[in-house]
Design a protein around this ligand. Structure first.
Ligand SMILES: CC(C)(COP(=O)(O)OP(=O)(O)OC[C@H]1O[C@@H](n2cnc3c(N)ncnc32)[C@H](O)[C@@H]1OP(=O)(O)O)[C@@H](O)C(=O)NCCC(=O)NCCS
Length: 179
């Protein structure tokens, strides 16, 4: 995966009904460690990284690249949305496309925050790269992620086996509804 390419970055913070999407800052580092070390968050993502290793190796500002949004609720980070370019992908249909990923802290699940934030990030992408389709890969067993993908307007391209599990590749055409 590479970053999105020539987009103006960072944008002005994006405000939704309940959330703010902005570029990462040094104060988010502890939450990045929590997010990346969480076994619950990584149930369908190949397992977490060790907290010690993350404390040692993460840069002062983790996730600082065009298309990486920190999602903030009431002034604190609750998640990270990743919009990248899938320059390399196991499935040809996804190669070269913009790719959506999302990680939220378990305590922020079940409130619709991921839907709200991803819809806003997709809206930003449609503004800076009009007409771009977006792909998304998730384990089909990841029920919450599958529901989120459907709510965001992604439809199935194909299923495939990788990393020891069935994966779902979805695509969202530019005209798809965002929630
Ligand atoms: C995938 C993930 C982001 C989904 O989070 P989520 O909170 O379930 O997703 P949503 O924002 O769509 O919230 C949906 C839930 O909020 C509920 N909800 C409560 N208040 C709501 C509101 N005001 N608006 C919308 N939904 C609301 C919905 O009913 C729904 O609950 P349900 O799933 O029991 O039906 C989260 O599980 C996660 O971070 N997982 C780990 C990372 C991961 O697996 N990523 C996928 C690979 S990229």
């Amino acid at each position: 995966m590479e970053d999105l390419g020539p987009v103006a970055w960072p944008p002005e913070p994006i405000t939704t009904e309940r959330l703010v999407l902005r570029e990462p800052e040094p104060r988010d580092r502890a939450t990045f460690v929590e997010l990346l070390a969480s076994p619950e968050v990584h149930t369908y993502l190949g397992g977490p990284r060790s907290r010690d290793e993350l404390e040692r190796d993460l840069p002062v500002v983790p996730g600082q690249w065009p298309g990486s949004f920190v999602v903030e609720l009431d002034g604190s980070m609750i998640g990270n949305i990743l919009l990248r370019r899938a320059t390399v992908h196991r499935r040809p249909a996804a190669v070269g496309k913009a790719d959506l990923g999302y990680l939220f802290l378990p305590r922020a699940w079940g409130f619709g925050y991921a839907t709200e934030a991803c819809a806003a990030a997709l809206g930003w992408l449609a503004g800076v790269l009009p007409g771009e389709p977006v792909v998304l890969t998730t384990q089909s067993a990841n029920v919450g992620s599958m529901r989120l993908a459907a709510k965001l307007g992604f439809t199935e391209v194909e299923r495939f086996e990788a990393w020891g599990a069935e994966q779902w590749l979805g695509m969202r055409s530019p005209a798809a509804p965002a929630s």
